[in-house]
Every structure is written in C-alpha cells, then in structure tokens.
Write a new protein. Structure first.
Length: 150
C-alpha cells in the first residue's frame, strides 16, 4: 500500500453504495476464503445486509471481521464512462432492523434456490473503506470482444 495513501471519505463510499442494491460479503469459513452475495442498505453510517438464513452463510460472518464490496463495473449503458468500486472492512453482527430500515430493503425474495427465503440481517461497522473510481474511456457493449475489433 502506498505510504501517501489518504483515508477514503466514508460519505462518498456510502453515497456510491446507495446506488446499487447488491454486493458481496467476504469472510473465512473453515479457514478458507468465502464469498457470498447480499442485499445491502446504508443506514446511520452503517452497512446493513440481508441474506438467506437457509444457506447458513451468516454464521461465518457474525462476530467476525468481514469485507463487503459492491460496484457498478458491469454497467453497459450507452455513454456510461464512470465505473467505481467500494470495499468496507469491519466487524459484523446480527441485528433486527427497524421498520424504516426494512422499508429501505424493499420486499424480500420469495424463494432462494427453491426454498422459502428466510431473511437474516447483519450490520457491518466499517473501520476501513476504500473507493476506486475509473473515469474516461468507453465501456464496451455486452458481447463485444476485443479480438473482433480490427
């Protein structure tokens, strides 16, 4: 890590995270790296996650330090030339969201891999946040291959 790296502005990170609904939480499970998708919201300077309890992934997160990342790197909108990614690292705990927070999450999915979706909610208290933004250049349209351009 460069010695002149400045701490990131958490407000910018939360503002970017508010633009997308899903990201990935990373932790370790049985001493191996583990990555799972989650729905997220930003509330009161904290990151709240919603996952399916039936997978049991939340058990690896609760009480641990986790990393959570989200981005817009897959955007294919015409003229879209700003990509960003945000990563938060912090302690994770299971919580019961308020009514207002539940409304921010929106409706839960009905099913997860064929079984009824049973939501579990986690809170990540970010202790480190990184924001990376790429600007300029053209975003390739989906399906375009660099080798097909001559």
């Amino acid at each position: 890590m460069p010695s002149d790296m400045q701490p990131q502005d958490p407000e910018r990170g939360f503002e970017l995270l508010s633009r997308v609904h899903y990201g990935r939480v990373a932790t370790s499970m049985r001493a191996l790296p583990f990555l799972a998708s989650a729905r997220h919201i930003v509330a009161n300077g904290r990151l709240l996650l919603r996952m399916h309890r039936g997978y049991g992934y939340h058990l690896a997160c609760v009480g641990s330090v986790v990393a959570y990342g989200a981005d817009n790197l897959g955007e294919t909108e015409p003229g879209h030339d700003r990509q960003w990614s945000v990563q938060c690292v912090g302690t994770c705990e299971q919580v019961e969201p308020t009514t207002a927070e539940l409304e921010l999450f929106g409706p839960t999915p009905h099913y997860a891999d064929g079984e009824l979706f049973d939501p579990v909610y986690l809170r990540v208290d970010p202790q480190l946040m990184t924001v990376h933004e790429l600007r300029g250049g053209a975003t390739r349209m989906a399906g375009a291959c660099p080798s097909s351009r001559r």
